[in-house]
Design a protein around this ligand. Structure first.
Ligand code: CA
Length: 100
């Protein structure tokens, strides 16, 4: 998908969103978006696009591609949505996570 720099930017922006909107609680943030469309316990493409929009990632033109790329990276069981367990992998990657 995206290159290292873009992924770093993505993580920083999403981390800032979680910090500002959910007091740094990733699980709460995840659930907020997971139930947004349709109410499943997983984040689907639409939910992810809403999250990216709130985080200020990409534009209306590029956000769909971002969402596809992120789902491609994180969706281990290939059900086209991201469970909390799958999402956690993003937080544990290299230098991201709850710290800023
Ligand atoms: Ca999945």
């Amino acid at each position: 998908m995206a290159n290292e720099k873009q992924i770093k930017e993505l993580k920083e922006k999403v981390a800032a969103l979680v910090q500002n909107k959910f007091g740094g609680d990733w699980y709460r943030g995840f659930n907020f978006y997971a139930v947004k469309n349709g109410g499943s316990a997983a984040v689907e493409k639409e939910d992810l696009e809403a999250m990216l929009e709130d985080a200020g990632v990409g534009s209306w033109l590029t956000r769909g591609a971002w969402a596809d790329g992120i789902i491609g990276e994180l969706d281990k069981n290939k059900d086209k949505s991201i469970s909390w367990e799958e999402f956690e992998a993003l937080l544990q990657g290299s230098d991201s996570g709850a710290k800023k």
